[in-house]
Design a protein around this ligand. Structure first.
Ligand code: ADP
Ligand code: MG
Length: 681
C-alpha cells in the first residue's frame, strides 16, 4: 500500500500487539501497520435499532423494548442453558432467547429498557441466539473481517482500533485536491477510517467510492506508464514498404476487406511504420477475418525486408494457417516455412538453416516456436493467434537473442472493455467489430442429452445433403483419460447408430501424425462426422461442416461455447449448433438460453463476465488480472473508465512528472516499484 511511509513498521509497533499476535496476522498477509490499516472488512454487522414492521424473517436484527416478564432459565446437561424473556417491542410481545448466558437472569428486570440482537423469526415473533447490546453513540455498524488461522474477529477488531489510535494520523493524502473536488471524494484518512467504522451505509459507500477510485487510478497509472514506456523506447525498427505492392495484395483478394478490417489494418501498419515497438491486441469475433489482416501485416513486414513469425496454439492450426497463407501468397515471391514438433530431423534442420539465412520470409509454428533454438536473420514481426498473452518469458527469449520485433496478439474471444483495459491496459487494442457481409447466423438449439438419437437423425440428413458435423464429447472434469474413453464410446455408439456414415475420432492422446491425418480426412469430406474432445476448439476451418453438437454444454463458459460454435457457419450454407445439456444451476440454464439467443461474441462475453465474474473469464492461469483490494472491475467499470482517462492524461502531462501536486502519487508508484523498473520486458 503506497504513500504510507510512517506506517511502514511491523505490526507489533502498535500498543497491545505482541509477537504471538503478529505471527498470527502474518497468515493474513498483514505484516506492517499499513497492511493492518488497509485490511478492510468484507461486511458489517448492523446493530442499529430497527422497527419491528420492517424486519424480515430470519434477518439478524437489533430491537429495543421494555422487559415484560421475568426471565425463565432452563439448563440442559451441565453447561448448556437457555434463557427466555418477553419484551414489548413496538406494541408486540417478542420472545428473546439467549443461549448459555445464565448470568443474564440476575441482570434483566421487568420494566427495564432492553436492546438485544439476534436472528428474527417472524412467524413465532422470536429473536434467537440473542445477545444484549448497549447503546452505542459512534455508529452501529461493526466490521467483519476475513480471518485466517486462529485469529479471532474480536482480536482483529481490537488490533485495528489500536493501529488507528497510534498511527491513524500517518495516513497521507495521495490525490491532488483538484481531483478530490472534481469527484467529491472523501480525504484518504477519512475514507480509510470509515471503511472500518462507517456510521451508516451511505458513509460506507462514500468511503468505498473514494478507495475504489484511488485503487483503480494507481492501477491505471501503472498501465499507462508501461504503455508509454513501450511506445517511447525507440529500440523498435521503423519499417517502410512499397505501398503499391501491399495495395495490390489487398486488391487481389477474392473479397474486399470490411471497414473494420481496413481500420485495424491501418492501426497495425502505423505501428509497423513507427519506430516504437508494437504491443497490440487484435480482437475480433470468430470468422471476422483476422487471418487476412495478419497476412497483410506480415506482407508489409516482408516487403520492408523483415521476417515474420505466426505462432498458434496447436499443430493442427499451424498446418491450416500454413495452407491459408500459402494460398494467399501463391502468386507472390513470399517464402513460407512451417516448423512443427513432428517434422523430421532433416527437414527441421533445413528449415532452421533457411530461417537463419533469411531464405524464409514467414515462419509458422506453435507457440514453442520462439522458445526453441531458432535463429532469425531479421525478425521484425511476431503474431500470436488465440493466446491471451505473450508471456514475459517469451519476450525475454526474444530480447536475449537481440530481437525486438513488433508484437501483435490476436484473440477470437471478444474481451469486454472493462477486462480489456484491466488485463491489457498496457497495450493498444484494435477491434474488428463487423462480420463480412452475407454471413448467416448459426441456428442454435438447446436439448436434453437423451435426445441424441433425434440429433443423429438430423446429422444423417445433413450428411446426405453433402455436409459434415462435429460432435464434441462429454467432459469428465480433471480427467483427460476418461474424456478419451468417452470419446471412444461415443464414437462407437454413433458408428453403430449410423453405419452408413463415415465417422472419425479425434482426441488429444492420438499421435500428432494421426491427428493430422484425421483432420485432413475431415477437411476433404472423407470423414463426415468428427467425434472429438475439445481439441478442435480454436481456429479449425472446415467450411463444409454445418452441424456442431456439444455435449455437457453447461460445463463450458459462454466464450468457449461460442468458439466451438464458430467451427460451423464458415461456408455458404445454413449451419446449426445443438447444445446437449441438463444444467441444474440457474446460471447454467441462463448460459444455455443466452447461447440460443445471440450470435454476437461481444454480447456473449459481456454476459459471461456478468455471470461468472472476471476470474473465470480467462481461466485462472491466464487471467493476468490484478488483485484488487476494494474495487471490483465488473461492478466498478464506470470508475475504471474514468480512472483510465485520468491516468492517461496524467502520464502524458508535464505536471505529473514535475509538479508537487502529484508528488504523493509519484511516490506511491515508486514505492510499488513501478517507476524506473524493467518490468515491461
Ligand atoms: P477469424 O477471425 O476467425 O480468424 P478468418 O480469418 O479465419 O476468421 O476468416 C474466416 C473466413 O472469412 C475465411 O474463410 C476468410 O477467407 C473469410 N473472410 C475474411 N475476410 C473477409 C471479407 N472481408 N469478406 C468475405 N470473406 C472474408
Ligand atoms: Mg483465426
Amino acid at each position: 500500500m503506497p504513500g504510507t511511509a510512517g506506517m511502514d513498521v511491523p505490526v507489533h509497533a502498535v500498543k497491545g500487539i505482541g509477537a504471538r499476535a503478529a505471527e498470527q496476522m502474518s497468515l493474513m498477509e498483514i505484516h506492517t501497520v499499513k497492511d493492518l490499516l488497509f485490511y478492510f472488512p468484507f461486511r458489517y454487522e448492523d446493530f442499529s435499532v430497527r422497527r419491528l414492521e420492517e424486519v424480515q424473517h430470519e434477518e439478524r436484527v437489533t430491537l429495543q423494548g421494555t422487559v415484560h416478564s421475568y426471565p425463565e432459565l432452563r439448563f440442559y446437561g451441565k453447561k448448556k442453558s437457555r434463557l427466555t424473556v418477553r419484551v414489548l417491542v413496538d406494541g408486540f410481545l417478542v420472545q428473546a432467547v439467549f443461549f448459555n448466558q445464565p448470568f443474564l437472569k440476575r441482570q434483566i428486570e421487568v420494566g427495564q429498557n432492553l436492546i438485544f440482537h439476534g436472528k428474527f423469526d417472524r412467524h413465532r415473533l422470536m429473536v434467537n441466539g440473542a445477545i444484549v447490546k448497549t447503546p452505542t453513540s459512534d455508529g452501529s455498524l461493526e466490521p467483519v473481517y476475513p480471518l485466517k488461522g486462529d485469529v479471532k474477529l474480536t482480536s482483529l477488531r481490537k488490533w485495528i482500533a489500536g493501529a488507528f489510535e497510534d498511527y491513524g494520523g500517518e495516513i497521507k493524502e495521495l490525490l491532488p485536491a483538484s481531483i478530490l473536488e472534481k469527484y467529491r471524494l472523501m480525504p484518504r484518512n477519512e475514507a480509510c477510517y470509515y471503511l472500518h467504522y462507517p456510521q451508516d451505509m451511505d458513509m460506507f459507500k462514500q468511503a468505498k467510492r473514494r478507495m475504489v477510485y484511488e485503487e483503480l487510478l494507481l492501477f491505471q497509472l501503472k498501465m499507462q506508464y508501461f504503455r508509454k514506456r513501450t511506445r517511447e523506447s525507440t529500440d523498435g525498427v521503423s519499417k517502410t514498404w512499397n505501398e503499391e505492392q501491399l495495395q495490390n495484395f489487398i486488391n487481389e483478394l477474392s473479397f474486399s476487406l470490411t471497414n473494420a478490417q481496413h481500420r485495424v489494418l491501418t492501426e497495425i501498419l502505423a505501428d509497423l511504420y513507427s519506430p516504437y515497438r508494437m504491443n497490440r491486441l487484435l480482437q475480433g469475433d470468430v470468422g471476422s477475418g483476422k487471418t487476412v489482416v495478419a497476412a497483410a501485416a506480415l506482407y508489409a513486414s516482408v516487403l520492408a525486408g523483415c521476417q515474420g513469425a505466426l505462432m498458434v496454439p496447436t499443430e493442427i492450426l499451424a498446418e491450416q494457417h500454413t495452407d491459408s497463407l500459402k494460398s494467399l501468397f501463391k502468386d507472390l515471391p513470399v517464402n513460407i516455412g512451417h516448423l512443427s514438433g513432428s517434422s523430421k530431423v532433416k527437414e527441421r534442420r533445413e528449415t532452421l538453416e533457411k530461417l537463419a539465412a533469411g531464405d524464409i520470409d514467414i515462419i509458422i509454428g506453435t507457440h514453442a516456436l520462439i522458445q526453441e533454438g531458432v535463429d532469425f536473420k531479421n525478425l521484425g514481426l511476431v503474431i500470436t493467434d488465440e493466446q491471451h498473452r505473450f508471456g514475459v518469458s517469451q519476450r525475454r527469449v526474444l530480447r536475449d537473442k537481440g530481437l525486438k520485433p513488433d508484437v501483435l496478439f490476436m484473440t477470437a474471444t471478444p474481451i469486454p472493455r472493462t477486462l480489456a483495459i484491466t488485463a491489457f491496459g498496457d497495450m493498444d487494442v484494435s477491434t474488428i467489430d463487423e462480420m463480412p457481409a452475407g454471413r448467416k447466423t448459426i441456428e442454435t438449439y438447446w436439448a436434453k442429452p437423451d435426445t441424441l438419437p433425434r440429433v443423429l437423425n438430423f446429422i444423417e440428413k445433413q450428411t446426405k445433403a453433402g455436409h459434415q458435423a462435429y460432435v464434441i464429447c462429454p467432459l469428465i472434469e480433471e480427467s483427460d483419460k476418461l474424456d478419451v474413453q468417452n470419446a471412444i464410446d461415443l464414437h462407437a455408439h454413433i458408428q453403430e447408430f449410423l453405419p452408413d456414415v463415415k465417422t472419425g475420432l479425434m482426441h488429444g492422446r492420438l499421435p500428432a501424425d494421426e491427428k493430422e491425418e484425421i483432420m485432413q480426412q475431415f477437411a476433404e469430406n472423407e470423414i463426415q462426422i468428427l467425434v472429438s474432445t475439445t481439441v478442435v476448439e480454436v481456429g479449425v476451418n472446415v467450411p463444409n461442416a454445418t452441424v456442431m453438437v456439444i455435449y455437457d454444454a453447461n460445463r463450458f463458459g459462454l466464450a468457449q461455447l461460442h468458439q466451438l460454435r464458430g467451427r460451423v457457419g464458415r461456408g455458404a450454407d445454413q449451419s446449426y449448433c445443438i447444445l446437449l445439456a441438463d444444467p441444474k444451476s440457474d446460471s447454467g440454464k441462463e448460459r444455455m438460453s443466452i447461447m440460443t439467443e445471440t450470435n454476437d461474441g461481444f454480447e456473449l462475453s459481456q454476459r459471461d463476465l456478468e455471470l461468472r465474474g472476471p476470474g473465470d473469464f480467462f481461466g485462472v492461469k491466464q487471467s493476468g488480472l490484478p488483485e484488487m483490494r476494494v474495487a471490483d472491475i465488473v461492478e466498478d467499470y464506470r470508475t475504471l473508465e474514468v480512472a483510465r482517462q485520468d491516468a492517461a492524461k496524467m502520464i502524458e502531462s508535464k505536471a505529473f512528472w514535475n509538479s508537487g501536486v502529484y508528488s504523493a502519487l509519484r511516490q506511491a508508484l515508486e514505492e510499488e516499484g513501478i517507476l524506473n523498473t524493467d518490468k515491461i520486458d
